[in-house]
Design a protein around this ligand. Structure first.
Ligand code: MLT
Length: 407
């Protein structure tokens, strides 16, 4: 008899962004003339930078001739892209990361979701609350939790990220084995200082733990005193894996390209306490289950690091940061407390009412889609997240509409 993985039955009924999409499409069917403004899922709206488009076109032309055509590429990514990443994202910032420590993939969602496969089924796992749901759901699927009660899974260690701690969770009092961190944070927009990240790196050394550090939004950090990579912290190479993405930075949400950094020294332990390096394990997994990002897309990603590409990407990021500032100012002017929106494309807003109720209110009265904070965890109840990923014009219109709706 074919049997299912019963852990899937523990999952909440639908993935957060699928539930939002369902409510939005029900609303749109009932109100076909209403032009919605989408500030919910963090999906970029501006076209790819011209440097990336040129590179894409050239690569497509190469694929059109036998002499330049490419079939399977290296699963880990083409050397031209891995070298550019190591050089511009790390070495130029004084961080030691070698090109062969970089694994190019089709997204940080997949990589943050898949990495736990390398680890034992009975490890303890800590996640911030609120949290990007992928970290939680993939551990539920893998059987590392019990049932869900009132929005929390038995067996997970939740690290509250609240206004009291500036939305940066404290290290837990108990030892845990695996820790997910995300800075700039999705969904709160909070950033962590070097001292705060150092506490986590020290904790991981002391407890023989591993940190999965999601840095998908690092490009939005403009404050030079804030770390953009966990590898800016001494000792992080042994205890942390970092995930980065071209999605939000260079507009690749639909094009798909990201990368994961697994330093050679990064380790876990076997059942006898013997140290085992994660780089060869991730390499084994990656080469077995993944056949690489397409050549044209990797060419487009590499173009991000050319002088023109860097300038164009900076302009995109500044535009979205400007939107975040407008959202922050407008919402605060209406008397709401906010966090994030500076060094981050997300603004986290205390609503004072149930998150889904506020979501429905903004959808129905303003025609603006946001994300209910409770969808990210129990500590997100009473909050909503507004994303800055849209045109400046739409963001301004959305703010006007929200102002009217809330009056
Ligand atoms: C979000 O809105 O939280 C993100 O867009 C989701 C993602 O990157 O998968």
């Amino acid at each position: 008899m074919i049997r299912i993985n019963e852990n899937y039955n523990k999952l909440q009924s639908s993935y957060l962004f699928s539930e939002i999409a369902k409510r939005v499409s029900t609303f749109q069917e009932a109100n076909p003339d209403k032009a919605l403004i989408r500030l919910g899922i963090g999906d970029v709206t501006h076209a790819l930078p011209p440097a990336c488009i040129d590179a894409l076109h050239n690569a497509v032309d190469e694929m059109a001739a036998d002499a330049t055509f490419r079939g399977y590429g290296p699963e880990q990514g083409y050397p031209f892209l891995r070298t550019a990443i190591a050089e511009y994202d790390f070495k130029k910032n004084g961080i030691k990361i070698d090109s062969d420590e970089i694994f190019v993939s089709d997204g940080s969602k997949c990589d943050t979701g898949n990495f736990q496969e390398l680890l034992a089924g009975d490890i303890s796992v800590a996640v911030p609350d609120p949290v990007y749901p992928v970290y939680v759901d993939t551990n539920v699927m893998a059987g590392r939790t019990g049932a869900n009660h009132h929005g929390r899974y038995e067996g997970l260690v939740y690290l509250p990220s609240t206004a009291e701690n500036g939305f940066v969770p404290d290290v837990p009092a108990e030892p845990v084995d695996l820790i997910y961190l995300c800075f700039p944070n999705n969904p709160t927009g909070a950033t962590a200082t070097r001292d705060q990240l150092k506490e986590w790196v020290d904790y991981a050394h002391k407890n023989k733990a591993l940190i999965l550090f999601d840095a998908a939004y690092e490009a939005f950090i403009t404050d030079k005193t804030l770390p953009r990579s966990i590898y800016e912290i001494d000792g992080a190479r042994e205890v942390a894996v970092e995930f980065r993405s071209f999605s939000k930075t260079a507009g690749f949400t639909g094009t798909r390209c990201a990368f994961t950094v697994v330093p050679h020294e990064c380790r876990a332990f076997d059942a006898n306490g013997g140290q085992q390096l994660l780089h060869p394990l991730w390499n084994r997994r990656h080469t077995t289950k993944f056949n690489g990002v397409s050549y044209p897309v990797q060419c487009a990603a590499a173009a991000v690091y050319t002088p023109a590409g860097r300038e164009q990407v900076n302009a995109l990021v500044s535009g979205y940061l400007d939107n975040a500032r407008i959202i922050n100012e407008s919402i605060r002017a209406q008397g709401y407390e906010t966090a994030g929106g500076v060094n981050s494309p997300y603004v986290w807003i205390k609503t004072g009412t149930d998150s889904w109720e506020f979501f429905d209110r903004l959808l129905n009265a303003a025609g603006v889609v946001v994300t209910p904070g409770s969808g990210f965890g129990a500590c997100g109840q009473g909050y909503i997240r507004i994303s800055a990923f849209n045109s400046a014009e739409n963001v301004k219109t959305a703010m006007e509409r929200i102002k009217t709706a809330l009056q």
